[in-house]
Design a protein around this ligand. Structure first.
Ligand code: ZN
Length: 145
């Protein structure tokens, strides 16, 4: 498996709009767009910083993963996402090593990425997302604000 970079940091928030004064206002990181990922019951906001980004995650359903996270732990860092060159190969390698995975096969992620989560019990309590992005769907591509 080849990790190319820290792609983004996912932060669970109660409301994206209510969080922007911190990220845009205090930190000066402009919002680059939002997207609802229906399958994940989440609305995401992207705030690029150089070659990485902050991803704010607002739940659209209390039964979704972010809704459950907020209920259990409140707002805060939810996951770290590492970009890999080949997510299928990475998952096959991890499976062969017996690593516990949340996603055995990649699924759709915000921004058109293919993503998969490792189980935090396999990684010392850190929820790790692997993501693979094709060049045309990289950060800075067409997104609606
Ligand atoms: Zn993410």
């Amino acid at each position: 498996m080849k990790v190319l970079k820290l792609d983004h940091v996912g932060i669970a928030v109660e409301k994206i709009d209510a969080s922007l004064p911190v990220w845009e206002g205090l930190m000066g990181i402009p919002l680059n767009g939002t997207e609802e990922v229906v399958e994940q019951k989440v609305r995401t906001a992207f705030l690029p910083i150089g070659d990485s980004e902050i991803e704010l995650l607002e739940s659209t359903d209390p039964e979704g993963p972010i809704g459950k996270f907020l209920a259990a732990r409140g707002q805060g860092v939810q996951h770290l996402a590492f970009r890999v060159d080949d997510i299928d190969a990475a998952l096959a390698e991890l499976k062969a090593k017996g690593v516990r995975l949340i996603d055995e096969t990649p699924r759709y992620g915000a921004g058109g990425a293919r993503i998969a989560f490792l189980h935090p019990k396999a990684t010392g309590g850190v929820l790790i997302e692997l993501c693979e992005r094709k060049p045309q769907t990289q950060t800075g591509g067409a997104r609606e604000r």
